[in-house]
Design a protein around this ligand. Structure first.
Ligand code: AMP
Ligand code: MG
Length: 372
């Protein structure tokens, strides 16, 4: 691809005017939202949208979310139903993406030829100012290279997109830190395709019962169709191998200690991702603080920056604590599970295996029995 000089500018009236002009001309601009940074293009310009796929290295069959600042923009994009209006009233602007039947004017490049389209109105003031300044619907996936954790700062975007796009608008750290909740209202019953900051309970307060897509906490089964094409792909992965440790708190801390010691003794660049409360107990295990065990919102906020930091440190073996998969914790575990390719060790099983002599800490491939 042709290399472009990438400008990284603070969000000012001038930089937003430049961004709006570039978008209108079919160029790509990365901008902050309250979830993660987005990589935007004019949604009705098929050529511009194709640029997103090449800058990200994104598979063409993974559709994009269209961002708007005013509901009237939806007229040319999708069929709005009563349930959608109730959700928009309750959660827009904010971290909720709604899937609705599309209109023909939307390029196939945006929807990956599906008969639905994803729409969202972000709440970040810089995103809103940009959407207003250009007054265009903007297709914007997360501004990372495909397969990398989503960017929660302009620096992350620069690391992935330098030389690939003309402009990044810096609006500080993203607040939520995980991508938007995606709910489909295009089927018979509302269904959450991707969990995020707007939780199942919050949605059910507005809509009544809502389904959860099956593959949120597990890989797709062979032959299973992804309701949300993004779920087909290995997402959110650092370069190193992440393993999740489940179980009772003290057993998890002990398992982290033993697993770290084993990996370090084999010469790996190893570390643990643990709750603030366990950092002191794991001080010898290269701890990365993922936030308090009682605050999944904080864990969500830090997760992607932590995963990116592991790559910067060239970690190759990482062991992580987990949060209960409820509320925002469900969104955390959806991302963390994928970062670990769903590789999980139950701390009690590890204990019994080590204590009974079934395994010793130098058993080659000691995790293998626990990975299905
Ligand atoms: P990203 O913006 O990178 O967070 O990705 C957008 C997510 O929304 C991906 O997981 C897509 O697969 C999903 N998505 C976008 N449009 C649709 C659609 N029409 N139907 C189902 N999922 C969609
Ligand atoms: Mg993404």
């Amino acid at each position: 691809m042709i290399l472009t000089k990438t400008q990284l500018l603070p969000a000012t009236d001038d930089s937003l005017a430049l961004a709006a002009r570039l978008l209108a001309e079919g160029e790509l601009v990365a901008f902050p939202t309250e979830t993660v940074y987005g990589l935007g293009a004019h949604a009705m310009d098929a050529q511009a949208v194709l640029g997103i796929f090449s800058a990200k290295g994104r598979p063409a069959d993974n559709p994009l979310i269209v961002h708007i600042h005013d509901r009237s923009q939806l007229d040319g994009i999708c069929e709005v139903n009563d349930a959608a209006i109730r959700l928009m009233d309750a959660f827009w602007p904010g971290p909720l993406t709604i899937i609705l039947p599309r209109k023909d004017a939307v390029p196939d490049e945006v929807t990956a030829k599906l008969d639905t389209v994803a729409v969202r109105m972000p709440s970040h003031p810089v995103a809103m100012a940009l959407l207003k300044a250009c007054n265009l619907p903007i297709a914007a996936p997360s501004a990372n290279r495909s397969g990398k954790p989503s960017p929660t700062s302009a620096r992350h975007v620069f690391d992935d997109m330098d030389g690939r796009i003309p402009l990044i608008i810096d609006g500080g750290e993203s607040d939520v830190g995980l991508e938007s909740t995606v709910i489909s209202l295009a089927g018979e019953k509302p269904c959450i395709l991707r969990p995020g900051g707007v939780t199942k309970a919050m949605l059910e307060e507005v809509l009544g019962p809502v389904d959860l897509a099956g593959s949120i906490l597990r890989p797709l089964e062979k032959g299973e169709k992804a309701l949300s094409p993004g779920m087909m792909y290995k997402h959110y992965s650092p370069d190193g191998q992440v393993t999740l440790i489940e179980g009772e708190e003290s057993a998890v801390v002990e398992a982290l200690r033993r697993l770290y010691a084993h990996a370090a003794s084999e010469g790996h660049r190893a570390c643990v991702m643990c709750f603030t409360e366990h950092v002191a107990a794991l001080a010898d295990c290269h701890p990365h603080d993922i936030g308090s065990k009682d605050d999944p919102t904080e864990v969500a906020h830090r997760l992607f920056a932590t995963l990116r930091g592991l790559d910067d440190e060239k970690m190759d073996v990482i062991f992580s604590e987990v949060v209960p998969p409820e509320g925002v914790g469900l969104a955390v575990m959806n991302r963390l599970g994928r970062a670990a390719a769903f590789r999980t060790v139950w701390s009690m099983v590890l204990y019994i295996a080590l204590e009974s002599g079934f395994m010793s800490s130098d058993t080659p491939g000691m995790f293998a029995p626990f990975n299905q």
